[in-house]
Design a protein around this ligand. Structure first.
Ligand SMILES: Nc1ncnc2c1ncn2[C@@H]1O[C@H](COP(=O)(O)OP(=O)(O)O)[C@@H](O)[C@H]1O
Ligand SMILES: [Mg+2]
Length: 295
């Protein structure tokens, strides 16, 4: 069996041999024991993701003010289906990078569609004393899709940002592009960029459109270490621009890198939420590492 993978942790104790390709050649050939001896530093220098989830540590994050929004009556059923989402009235964090976790089918994507107002009949959000019905949320929230190609429409990166503005303002558009390291690409066709760059163009448009909440659905699945780190940086840039980030993810490395809070969904309900303090770190490790040893 040959597995071509970026996520290595679940192959520990499973794979017998590790072959590292670079520039179309076999550059290293390790036995499982040799591979297990690599330090985190060595493997990250090689652009590899971690082999041992329990070795990962989150960076020390500056304390941010705690703010929240309220979810009210967040129930939803797809047509001719039993109710999929049954979230009790509750508060969830804002102005942060919030990881949304849960098993397949837990309702994460449904929650994000309902939250962003893409489903017309789901609940109310109360935020800063204001009520947001689904259609109000269409202008407040934005979902960055995995297939970002569907979200880019114009002939140039600059145009992409300009059309998202209420009133086109080139100076501000260039400022936003510069913040996302895209200014050098402003005249390029969006489709000529790399995946990560396209994702940043979509985000530049969101910042330009003054949406205040951004959802990502599994932005790092299939990405290697360097590209995962790039996404984490972009999420931080978005958060630093004052936008609340909700990121649906199965990527513990991404979570430890940039999430400050976790919402855990199962069977259409929020079964837990916590900050990434010592206790939160223990919980998130348990969730992911237990998942691995059970497989
Ligand atoms: N368009 C749809 N129509 C009917 N049922 C759906 C649809 N999308 C998702 N579901 C069901 O809703 C439940 C939650 O799915 P989903 O929100 O995609 O979960 P997750 O993103 O956590 O994997 C699943 O049981 C799934 O089969
Ligand atoms: Mg999903």
């Amino acid at each position: 069996i040959i597995v071509s993978e970026h996520r290595l942790y679940y192959l520990r104790g499973l794979a017998d041999r590790f072959i590292y390709l670079a520039d179309g050649q076999v550059s290293h050939d390790y036995s499982a024991a040799e591979f297990g001896q690599l330090t985190e530093q060595q493997s990250s220098d090689m652009g590899l993701r971690t082999f041992a989830l329990e070795r990962l540590l989150p960076p020390v994050l500056p304390q941010q003010a705690k703010t929240a929004l309220a979810l009210r009556n967040f129930h939803f059923a797809y047509k001719n289906e039993p109710e999929t989402l049954h979230i009790m009235d509750c508060e969830i964090p804002t102005n942060r990078i919030v990881g949304i976790i849960g098993n397949n089918g837990a309702g994460k994507s449904t929650f994000s569609r309902c939250f962003c107002g893409l489903e017309k009949r789901c609940g109310e959000i109360v935020w800063n004393g204001k009520k947001y019905r689904p259609k109000d949320r269409l202008n407040t929230c934005y979902m960055v899709m995995q297939e970002v190609n569907h979200q880019l429409f114009t002939e140039s990166v600059l145009d992409e940002v300009l059309i998202s503005m209420e009133e086109a303002n080139q100076k501000r558009a260039e400022e936003i592009l510069s913040r996302l390291d895209l200014l050098d690409f402003k005249d390029r066709h969006p489709m000529s960029l790399s995946g990560g760059q396209k994702q940043r163009v979509a985000i530049a448009s969101v910042i330009a459109s003054k949406r205040s909440i951004l959802f990502f659905d599994e932005p790092t699945s299939g990405l290697d270490y360097r590209h995962m780190k790039e996404v984490a940086n972009v999420l931080r840039q978005v958060r630093d621009a004052g936008i609340t980030v909700y990121v649906i993810t199965h990527d513990l490395e991404l979570i430890l890198d940039c999430c400050t809070d976790i919402i855990h969904l199962e069977d259409g309900s929020i079964i837990d939420q916590y900050g990434m303090d010592e206790d939160g770190l223990r919980k998130i490790r348990e969730y992911f590492i237990k998942g691995v040893s059970e497989k």
